[in-house]
Design a protein around this ligand. Structure first.
Ligand SMILES: [Zn+2]
Ligand SMILES: [Zn+2]
Length: 109
């Protein structure tokens, strides 16, 4: 499935570096609620089209530190929309759904 696209990205050294940078920049605080941030979120979500575009994937301006709850909420919204769409047009390829893997990284379903 196309959903494998971000797996290797989240394992890359470049991502780990920029992730640390963003967490430090945001002082390890969730930019929504101010609690400790564990996650770094892509404001423009990753997609198979942009996953190799470093001006999106590794651009600190496109990244924001979030706590797990708020990060989950960001993607849940997407998922809810995607599901609605999916229910409507069962056969069409709808938006990416995400879940957390064992490392706490968001990965596509
Ligand atoms: Zn939060
Ligand atoms: Zn995210």
């Amino acid at each position: 499935m196309a959903q494998m696209f971000s797996k290797s990205f989240y394992k890359s050294k470049e991502w780990e570096k920029v992730r640390q940078f963003v967490l430090m920049r945001d002082k390890y605080k969730c930019q929504k609620c101010g609690r400790p941030a564990q996650e770094v979120h892509h404001i423009i979500h990753l997609s198979p089209e942009n996953v190799w575009d470093v001006s999106i994937t590794l651009n600190p301006d496109n990244l924001v530190s979030l706590c797990r709850d708020d990060h989950f909420a960001e993607h849940k919204q997407d998922k809810a929309e995607g599901k609605k769409k999916y229910d409507k047009e069962k056969n069409s390829d709808c938006r990416e759904g995400f879940h957390f893997d064992e490392f706490g990284q968001l990965v596509p379903d």
